[in-house]
Every structure is written in structure tokens, then in C-alpha cells.
Ligand binder design. Structure first.
Ligand SMILES: Nc1ncnc2c1ncn2[C@@H]1O[C@H](COP(=O)(O)OP(=O)(O)OP(=O)(O)O)[C@@H](O)[C@H]1O
Ligand SMILES: [Mg+2]
Length: 265
């Protein structure tokens, strides 16, 4: 009998944190119920905002931000700093017990260059759960900014930081943690098909068609890809974080949004 407490990884999209959002209350309630919850946050809009202020142009390739040195600095400062610490303060004010870290802390997220075209963007190649498990065992909810340490050809840590897409980071953490559930909270109600209709379920074959035809584009690409990877072990849901109660519902029996079906038929 598996008596392990249920573990959930929740990815909060930068665009979803707003006044009507109950995601943070939901996180605190889950923690009170004894759930092991790991939060990974994005912050795409906040980074773009800062880059605009710095007059640094930014562009995306297949949903991933092209990251030169100046952009990497902004990612570390904005995601690891402002967005992460504001989330820590907001969740704390609601009564949650949290610790904000970035993936470089404890060498939690280890990565290699994803693609020369993307600059300092990483693909996660290793996850060290020591810090995350220590926090969870202490009753603290880790809130993780998606920044990794680059490893060399011998898997040794270097001093180079890499920008990781938050969806990919959440997927890799869910796999490493053998999480039961992975929820992507975003600013749409789920994955939409070529007619704009919400898909309640998405399997690998359907996802590959939608990815190839460009119906799944931009920021939905890494969500679909990470969800398909993690769906091997976790129940994966993509749902609208702006709607009250979405997170609670997404972890329940009849989840809203799109459920990614990892089993090949
Ligand atoms: N087939 C699709 N169905 C639904 N949304 C799609 C689809 N294809 C692309 N998208 C886009 O994906 C977006 C969600 O990804 P986006 O990266 O913008 O937000 P996020 O990941 O929640 O936030 P952040 O990047 O800050 O973490 C939607 O707003 C929508 O415009
Ligand atoms: Mg995104």
C-alpha cells in the first residue's frame, strides 16, 4: 500500500496572477491539508516589461525566449528576484509557509544549452531534489523560479546560469519528484483546437498533429511538450488560473481545462 502523501507540482503563469485569482489561497489550503506542493512560476510578461524599460528587444522561437547576456540578467533579476519574492510575500500574507528559491539553489535544476539559436536557454538534464525535499519535509512550500545551473560534458556544475522555460522546469520537477499531479495555470481555459474549441483531453497523437500544424503555438508549445513528458507518471492538467477555484478543481475528480493523456493507445 502506498501511503506516500500526494505531491503536486503547480506551474503558475506570470500572466495569471491577478485580483480575482484564488490560486494562492488554494495553495495555502492545500498546504494546510498536508499536501506536498511545489510551485514553479513563470513571469514572461514581467520580463518583457523590464526589457522594454531597458530598451532591450526580445523575441521568441518556438515559444522560448531568445536569451542574450542582457536578457539573462533581466531573467535572473526579475524572475529570481521581484516575481519570486512577491509570490513569497503574497502567499505568506495568506498564511502559507513558503521558501522562494531559484533552480540554481541547491543545484536543483541542472541544464545544458538548448540550442545555439536561443542563447542562454537551457534544457534540464538533471534535478537534485535535496533542497526541495528538505523544504517539503520542514513543512515549507518551495516556490521555484525557473533558472538552472549549466553543467559541462562531464555533468560538473559550471558558473553559468541558464534561463529555463517555466513549463519545462515544472515538468522535469514533476518527473523527478514522481508527483501525482502537474497543473499548468495559465491565461486561457485550456488547449484549443483549430476551430477554437476547448479540448477536454489531449493525447500524444493529437498533440503532435496540433503542434505540427501550428494550432498549438507560442507559449502553449512548452506546456504541451512538458505535459506529454510528465504524463507518463503524473495527471497533467492545463487550466485557466484566472478563474476562482481552478487549482482546487484541477486537483480533484473532474478537472477543468485540458487533461493531457500520456498513455498511448
Ligand atoms: N492551441 C492553443 N490553445 C490555447 N492557447 C494557445 C494555443 N496556442 C497558443 N496558445 C497561447 O498560449 C498562451 C499561454 O502561454 P503563455 O506562455 O503566454 O502564458 P503562461 O505560460 O501561462 O505564462 P508565463 O509564460 O509567464 O509563465 C495563451 O495565452 C495562448 O495565446
Ligand atoms: Mg509561458
Amino acid at each position: 500500500v502506498n501511503t506516500r502523501p500526494k505531491t503536486a507540482v503547480v506551474k503558475i503563469g506570470g500572466s495569471t496572477l491577478g485580483a480575482h485569482d484564488t490560486s494562492l489561497q488554494d495553495l495555502v489550503a492545500l498546504q494546510r491539508e498536508g499536501r506536498r506542493v511545489v510551485v514553479v512560476h513563470g513571469g514572461g510578461a514581467a520580463i518583457s516589461d523590464w526589457l522594454r524599460r531597458l530598451d532591450t528587444p526580445t523575441r521568441f522561437v518556438r515559444g522560448l525566449r531568445v536569451t542574450d547576456e542582457a536578457t539573462l540578467d533581466a531573467v535572473v533579476a526579475v524572475l529570481g528576484g521581484i516575481v519570486n519574492k512577491q509570490l513569497v510575500a503574497s502567499i505568506s500574507a495568506l498564511g502559507g509557509r513558503v521558501c522562494g528559491i531559484c533552480g540554481a539553489d541547491g543545484a536543483t535544476l541542472q541544464a545544458v544549452h538548448a540550442d545555439a539559436e536561443l542563447g542562454f536557454v537551457g534544457t534540464v538534464t538533471g534535478v537534485d531534489l535535496t533542497l526541495v525535499n528538505a523544504l517539503l519535509d520542514s513543512g515549507l512550500m518551495p516556490v521555484i523560479a525557473p533558472i538552472a545551473i549549466m553543467v559541462d560534458g562531464e555533468s560538473r556544475l559550471t558558473e553559468q546560469l541558464l534561463n529555463i522555460n517555466a513549463d519545462a522546469a515544472a515538468g522535469e520537477l514533476a518527473l523527478a519528484l514522481q508527483a501525482d499531479q502537474l497543473v499548468f495555470l495559465t491565461d486561457v481555459d485550456g488547449v484549443r483546437d483549430d476551430n477554437g474549441a476547448l479540448l477536454r483531453n489531449l493525447n500524444r497523437t493529437e498533440a503532435e498533429v496540433l503542434l505540427a500544424s501550428g494550432v498549438i503555438s507560442g507559449g502553449m508549445i512548452p506546456k504541451a511538450e512538458a505535459g506529454l513528458r510528465a504524463a507518463a507518471s503524473a495527471t497533467c492538467v492545463i487550466a485557466d488560473g484566472r478563474r476562482a477555484g481552478t487549482l482546487r478543481a484541477a486537483l480533484g475528480e473532474n478537472p477543468p481545462g485540458t487533461v493531457i493523456d500520456g498513455v498511448e493507445l
